[in-house]
Design a protein around this ligand. Structure first.
Ligand SMILES: Cc1ncc(COP(=O)(O)O)c(C=O)c1O
Length: 396
């Protein structure tokens, strides 16, 4: 039999999806599984985005321009300008989700065996994209006790070699919920300029910041124009994960011209999804105000309920919709599987994401889980109750 590639063999499995078969068998046994494990919001997609797809008179579903339609990119630029981010349509490539933007970015800035430094825990798919393009992820540990704040800048500098091409951050963070301050972003900006490397910021959760804190985009940093690359997406912002539209944004002309060649190879982003996403840009600010209010209420409830559990440690999130908790157990992978296979309370159980899969360093995060607060408050409260009862019964 012909063999698959070594690259394929080293491609990491999603730490979240590997538990899916256990959830499926629990469901087949009639157990109701409350999903705290995935970042699929339950928030309604803005109506005008849904209507735009229904109410158009397209007769031929053509390819669009490789970089996304002119009208759409101009409207995206207006969105950024409204957020005090000075970009034009020419600085933007529309991609098939933030996922493709990440893949184009890594391929554009790094060759095989080049290195990208990322604070861990990080969005697990960064590992997948890095493996696919032969890039080595070099982690810097951030700590739950510090709410996963930016590690000291010296820790990053120590790791810079002649192979380092970039530092990649996620702001606000998945899985940490941490929101980097202006000072933290500036420290990174100074470092990447000093070593002439890129700073890539995954800002897909930009809109989700709480406690009156504002988001600092790296695109606002003066003097960082040639270094800054932003990954963006409509998935979470407008609860449009299935649209598969994201953007790659940079003022660096060489970067955009090179990324465009990768984009040309896949021809164009999806047409209907661009129509929906363009309409979504007209979403009134009141939508975000309501959505934020809902997430803040969920976060507060989640933290209050989790704090009732003996021996738990929680990092308080200030953005996105994730929270990492350290449980009084030895192995969260085992616990998460046990929850699905061997535990239920009145025929219900919970599915959580073991956090070890968000770390690149072996052994870290073993007692931690990531909870996504993308469920209504009642379900969240019930889920944490089930979790606390499960911990009382768990003998792992
Ligand atoms: C931090 C982060 N970046 C990027 C993505 C990719 O999103 P999409 O491809 O749906 O735009 C996700 C999805 O969960 C994410 O959490």
């Amino acid at each position: 039999m012909p063999s698959v590639s070594n690259k394929g063999l080293t491609m990491p499995q999603s730490p979240i999806r590997k538990l899916v078969p256990f959830a499926e068998s629990a469901k087949k046994k009639g157990v109701h599984v409350i999903h705290l494990n995935i970042g699929q919001p339950d928030i309604k997609t803005p109506q005008q985005a849904l209507d735009a797809v229904k109410n158009n008179n397209i007769n031929v579903l053509e390819y669009s321009r490789t970089e996304g339609s002119e009208e759409f990119r101009s409207k995206i630029a207006k969105y950024y300008i409204k957020n005090d981010i000075p970009v034009t349509a020419d600085d933007i490539i529309v991609t098939t989700g933030g996922s493709e933007a990440l893949s184009f970015a890594m391929n554009t800035i790094a060759d095989t065996d080049d290195e990208i430094i990322i604070p861990e825990p990080f969005y697990a798919n960064y590992n997948g994209f890095a493996t696919a393009c032969g890039v080595t992820v070099v982690p810097v540990v951030s700590k739950l006790e510090d709410n996963f704040a930016l590690p000291p800048i010296e820790e990053f500098e120590k790791l810079i070699t002649n192979r380092t091409r970039a530092i990649l951050i996620c702001n606000p963070g998945n899985p940490t919920g941490y929101l980097y301050s202006k000072e933290e972003v500036q420290k990174l900006a100074t470092l990447v300029k000093k070593h002439n490397i890129f700073l890539v910021a995954d800002e897909v959760y930009r809109e989700f910041t709480y406690d009156n804190k504002t988001h600092t985009s790296i695109l606002k940093e003066e003097g960082l124009e040639e270094h800054a690359i932003v990954i963006d997406s409509v998935s979470k912002r407008y609860s449009m994960c299935g649209a598969r539209i994201g953007y790659l944004v940079s003022k660096n002309k060489d970067f955009i011209a090179t990324a465009l060649k990768f984009a040309q190879a896949r021809l164009s982003p999806p047409t209907y999804a661009q129509i929906a996403s363009e309409a979504a840009l007209d979403t009134p600010d009141s939508y975000f105000a309501e959505v934020k209010e809902e997430y803040v209420a969920r976060r507060n409830l989640l933290i209050t309920e989790l704090e009732k559990i003996d021996g738990i440690k929680i990092a308080k999130p200030q953005g996105a919709f994730y929270c990492i908790a350290e449980l009084p157990i030895k192995d969260a992978d085992h616990f998460a599987q046990w929850l699905l296979e061997d535990f239920s309370l009145d025929n219900e159980t919970v599915m959580v994401a073991p956090a070890a899969g968000f770390y690149a360093t072996d052994g870290l995060g073993k007692k931690q889980i990531r909870i996504a607060y993308v469920l209504d408050k009642e379900s969240l409260k019930r889920a944490v109750y089930i979790l606390s009862e499960a911990l009382k019964n768990y003998k792992g």
